[in-house]
Design a protein around this ligand. Structure first.
Ligand code: MN3
Length: 245
């Protein structure tokens, strides 16, 4: 054996056991730590990926849920493993203290909450339905009509520069309002300019519509009403609207 080969053999012999030792020493700790902080989960869509065709195409839904939403969940779980301010917290608790969190955690917490809410806001067009009588009355009172509410929603959505969301919220005084938030912010965050309980929301990031609509965000906002789950929105309204005396 040449000295080079001998050196290589010694190197292999001395190096080989190290990963095994390292693995056996640290793997169980890492695994149990991960098991404790797997608090954030990516739930499956409440309908098949192709269920919203042609309003939202299958590829957009697949990428939006499996890549975009998943990235927020993965990032939150990573943050939870590293940061005691995130560990063991609900996503709602993170939103409530968003102003005190690093911007990355604020974005990922918002992104997770917003997308979970978004999937549940929609249903196949055949099951879209209509607002409950109570919600329809509140919409008429605040906006004049459902069509006028939709027009105001479109104005807010097309007016959002860059990326963000548009929301129909119940304000603390019990009235409805339409607002838009930048990035992955939402009206539940303590730093929101206008706070309230969202009952309906649409994602106006380009990834939500670009494959089918390209730059035509207004067209997407018009078509989107076909897949709004009004039963879910009405249920949220009933829970959020506290009668004021
Ligand atoms: Mn999105």
């Amino acid at each position: 054996m040449t000295s080079t080969r001998l050196a290589a053999a010694i190197l292999v012999a001395s190096a080989a056991p190290q990963p095994i030792l390292a693995q056996s020493a640290t793997a169980p700790t890492v695994q149990s730590a991960q098991a404790q902080v797997q608090a954030f989960t990516l739930d499956p869509l409440p309908y098949p990926f192709d269920a919203l065709n042609p309003v939202i195409d299958t590829q957009t839904m697949t990428l939006h849920h499996g890549r975009h939403h998943k990235s927020f969940v993965d990032a939150l779980n990573k943050a939870a493993a590293e940061d005691s301010a995130v560990r063991g917290q609900s996503v709602e608790a993170l939103l409530a203290k968003a102003s005190k969190l690093p911007v990355g955690i604020r974005n990922n917490a918002g992104g997770h909450w917003n997308h979970r809410f978004f999937w549940e806001t929609m249903a196949p067009a055949s099951r879209s339905g209509a607002p409950s009588p109570a919600l329809a009355a509140a919409i008429d009172k605040q906006f004049g009509s459902l069509d006028q509410m939709r027009a105001a929603f479109k104005t807010a959505g097309t007016g959002r520069f860059g990326s963000g969301w548009v929301w129909l919220i119940v304000k603390p005084d019990g009235t409805l309002a339409i607002i838009s938030t930048p990035n992955q912010d939402n009206p539940l965050m303590d730093l929101a300019e206008e706070k309230g309980i969202p009952i309906l929301g649409n994602d106006v990031w380009e990834h939500a519509y670009y494959l089918s609509y390209q730059n035509r965000r207004g067209e997407y906002l018009d078509a989107w009403w076909q897949v709004v789950n009004w039963a879910k929105v009405s249920d949220r309204f009933a829970k959020a609207a506290v009668p004021k005396r």
